[in-house]
Design a protein around this ligand. Structure first.
Ligand code: NDP
Length: 299
């Protein structure tokens, strides 16, 4: 029996665990894998004190920091347990305690913090499912080098799409960015200017993908201009999808209130959910700024 179980392995979960350990709360932090979405971020340039770090490096620092408390636990200074490789499947309430079931075991605690983040939204147009892994990818950090000297498209003009385009500049010969809007979206104006002024990049504004075609692998895409309704065929070998994400909170169905996007509704001061004893932090919540520094702060 723990006092607190934290579910998740990203910045919100790790920060919550560091604070809990320092307060000597008997805590279990449990994650499918430590790292979360940061592992897919090529360059993080807005975390104070640690400028221009690849996501993997920033995450290593977070985990290293957390592990200091786990190590100190054996000396009796703290009471923190870490488990990796287990996925939460359900939470139920039994009088004053919560029972968390994972795909491997069950744990109980007096309080729970859900910090499970979000997962990428899948593209749902003809061809998208057929060519996944055959030219369509959701991870530039993993797959950008495969497209050396090739023409590629990035779907989504938000921060993630821009981060992906930036990574692709080192490899691809041409990069289309499809944005639903008149301009790129997101917070990094400097990056947006850099992308707009790069001759390798063509931004297809107010444009959505309509269909993906190919044979064994992707050969191209039909795009539709949302204003003129005109359709255009572009030939590409790779398609990087960055169209947002959905909160990873389905395992908790029923016990706490979520909004229409599926995000856990929290009190923005305390992180409390609608169920007394369950808290949530980070990108899984209805707090609008989905940023590492915000998730860490919520944690
Ligand atoms: P966003 O929702 O910001 O951007 C995704 C874009 O894709 C939106 O313009 C969205 O349009 C569009 N889109 C959605 N569905 C489709 C579709 N079916 N076809 C075509 N386009 C589609 O998601 P991001 O992942 O870019 O960012 C999520 C959050 O994470 C943001 O708050 C962002 O600021 C943050 N982030 C921060 C980073 C950083 O600070 N370095 C890096 C990466 C992300 P619509 O808006 O209409 O849904």
């Amino acid at each position: 029996m723990y006092e607190l179980i934290i579910i998740g392995g990203g910045p919100a979960a790790i920060t919550a665990a560091i604070y809990a350990a320092r307060k000597k709360i008997k805590t279990l932090i449990l994650a499918k894998s430590f790292g979360g979405q940061m592992l897919e971020s090529y360059l993080i340039d807005n975390y104070p004190g640690l400028p221009a770090l690849p996501g993997v490096k920033l995450m290593e620092k977070f985990v290293e920091h957390l592990k200091q408390y786990e190590k100190a636990t054996s000396k009796g200074d703290f009471d923190l347990a870490m488990k990796e490789g287990e996925a939460a499947q359900s939470i139920s309430q039994e009088s004053q305690t919560f029972l968390l079931k994972t795909d491997r075991a069950a744990y109980s605690a007096r309080a729970v913090i859900i910090a499970t983040g979000k997962t990428e939204r899948k593209l749902e147009i003809p061809g998208a499912a057929d060519f996944e892994g055959k030219g369509i990818t959701y991870c530039a950090t993993c797959d950008a080098p495969i497209f050396r000297d090739k023409v590629v498209a990035v779907i989504g003009g938000g921060d993630s799409g821009q981060d992906t385009a930036l990574q692709l500049l080192d490899y691809a010969s041409k990069i289309y960015i499809l944005s639903r809007y008149e301009d790129l979206k997101g917070s990094n104006r400097e990056l947006q200017e850099k992308l707009k002024n790069n001759p390798k990049i063509e931004i297809l504004k107010e444009t959505e993908p309509k269909e993906i075609f190919g044979e064994k692998f992707v050969k191209g895409m039909i795009c539709k201009n949302l204003k003129s309704r005109e359709e255009k065929k572009i030939e590409v070998s790779g398609i990087f999808v960055e169209i947002g994400s959905i909160p990873s909170a389905n395992f908790i169905d029923g016990l706490i209130k979520r909004n229409e996007k599926g995000e856990i509704i929290v009190d923005h001061n305390s992180g409390a959910t609608s169920c007394f004893g369950i808290f949530a932090a980070g990108d899984v919540t209805d707090i609008s700024a989905k940023q590492i520094v915000v998730a860490a702060g919520e944690g």
